[in-house]
Design a protein around this ligand. Structure first.
Ligand code: FPP
Length: 263
């Protein structure tokens, strides 16, 4: 983009610095359409998911190249448990293989893996695998790959509300101290900036219980391609489109900031 116009910001819980950059600091991906990709080709759904992992690898490499700081991927939602048993098993198998095969490369590329989602109801082996990925990469300082696994935004917000209620009952927090930051600090994403851009593939235009709280000021990009077809060109094109958006954060009078002059 041609050093476009960006908005200077000043809201209390808004990352103004990130909003001034042509490249979003945090991109979140809803990797949708694996099943449709496979169905169109007469292939089993599993093949769509397998090709989806390849698209995920490409997306991580492109994010590193574009110097995106956080990439969050919706890999398994709390609602996904209601899929046929074999499909759930194949998704678990893919997660297993992704971590086993790709963790060393992610680590070598200075990628830090963080996992968001409920851990309590995961089988011990999967929970251990996720913990291993986090622990092995926790010192890394490059891209943070946030894997949303067994994740549901409403469940996350309910858990935060429960933690706040417990703090009030215990006398550690007064109800009149509760504000948006009190809630943000109790989400799985407490130490992660809000997403600047959320990309969903497959043509669907909804959030499906993904980052509902954190998406308050996110920009959206709904792409008509299925996730296995998401490649570097599609990613770069979405980022280029983002760079031309005016982010107002609820302001009436946006303050324009020229990326070159800083004016
Ligand atoms: C949506 O496609 C995709 C998912 C439910 C899972 C996304 C998972 C991957 C890309 C691979 C797994 C990666 C890890 C790290 C576990 P869909 O099945 O809903 O497609 P459809 O709507 O066309 O049926």
């Amino acid at each position: 983009m041609a050093d476009g116009d960006f908005l200077a910001l000043g809201g209390p819980s808004v990352d103004g610095e990130a909003a001034l950059r042509p490249v979003p600091r945090h991109v979140a991906l809803i990797m949708d359409g694996n099943g449709r990709w496979a169905a169109k080709r007469g292939l089993p759904r599993f093949e769509g998911h397998r090709r989806g992992v390849e698209a995920l690898r490409r997306a991580v490499r492109a994010a590193i190249e574009m110097e995106i700081e956080y990439l969050t991927v919706y890999s398994f939602s709390v609602e996904n448990w209601s899929r046929p048993r074999e499909e759930v098993q194949s998704l678990m198998g893919l997660l297993h293989r992704f971590i086993r095969n790709d963790l060393a490369e992610l680590d070598a590329n200075n990628v830090r893996v963080q996992v968001i989602g409920a851990r309590d109801d995961l089988v011990a082996e999967v929970a251990a695998l996720l913990r291993e990925a986090e622990q092995m990469t926790e010192e890394n300082t490059g891209l943070t790959l946030v894997v949303a696994f067994n994740y549901g935004a409403r469940q996350e917000i309910a858990a935060a509300a429960r933690a706040i209620a417990e703090a009030v009952v215990a006398g550690r927090l007064s109800p009149d101290e509760i504000d948006a930051d009190t809630i943000s600090a109790r989400l799985h994403t407490a130490d992660i900036p809000d997403p600047d851009l959320i990309i969903r593939t497959s043509g669907e235009q909804r959030l499906s219980n993904f980052l509902l709280w954190q998406a308050a000021y996110a920009e959206f990009s709904f792409l008509p391609i299925n996730w296995p077809d998401f490649d570097e060109a599609a990613f770069r094109s979405a980022i280029d489109d983002y760079a031309h958006r005016d982010r107002r954060f609820g302001r009436v009078e946006p303050v324009t900031c020229n990326a070159k002059t800083g004016s």
